[in-house]
Design a protein around this ligand. Sequence first.
Ligand SMILES: [Zn+2]
Length: 312
Amino acid sequence: MHRYPKPKMKNQYSPNLSARIPFGLRGQELLSIEEVPRGLACDCRCPACGARLMAKKGAKQAHHFAHYRGSACPGALETGLHLKAKEVFESVRRVAVPSVYLYRQTVPIFEAQLLHFERVRLEQHLGKVVPDIILEAGTKRLLVEIYVSHSSGEEKARKLKKLGLSAIEIDALGIYRKLISAFGQFRTSAFERELVHGLEHKRWLFNDKQQRIEYKLRKQAAERPVKHRNYKGYHSYIVPGCPLEKRRWRSGFRGGEPFADLWQDCLYCHRCFEVIYKKAIAGFAEVPQEPLAVRCWGHLPLPKAVGWGRSV
Ligand SMILES: [Zn+2]
């Protein structure tokens, strides 16, 4: 088999990313690669390990800092992006947040919007969590997690849920990669714009309003019993009285009444919270048996969040 040589692309994102840092520290000041002269004259140190940096501003690759001696410094990019993101939010005090959807809904309870804040606090304890950034306006607050190497995950979301604190997560490394592939160079202004106004690399870790509305809906939801039906040897599970009127009996004494097929309708229905099964213990595990009921909120109107104004 003939193999073509890999085409060498100029200024492409390289997997050897951690060795290339867009920021260096001069004293307490975090400088980006655009602001410093070439080579050792940049007079910068690594934000992670404190080693001397060299500004590489050649024609081939995206401009970056590299360690003068030694190379492997896994935390350099992470620390740099972290520091920069904090610095940006401290000076700008605004952040665009993505829209919030209830479970299985396609219409958001509130749209993506730009929120304004009065104060910024960095890495302070809030109960059991230490968020990267806390944005505050009056008594309301929004936590911001900057993630570079790993996402916060479910553990964090559970803690936030307990404390009732809304939080978004920003993928700073994703933004960095996007900028490098779009412009071939790191640009501080573009990074700031994407960090504050962009939505692509943000997601809600936890939203308190969503949680409250879903909790209320769950309480108001109806538990509709599931009935087994055997019609001419054809077995099915049906839910009589479906409020969304998925199907209707065509004839018989129930002719005209609505129902739903559990597997074909309810399982995929956007107004179904869960299917409740009869449980049996096998070993130490609870094993679901036949379905008993569905938790359905088809009879309730679609809620909308109120009071989420221009600021959190
Ligand atoms: Zn370093």
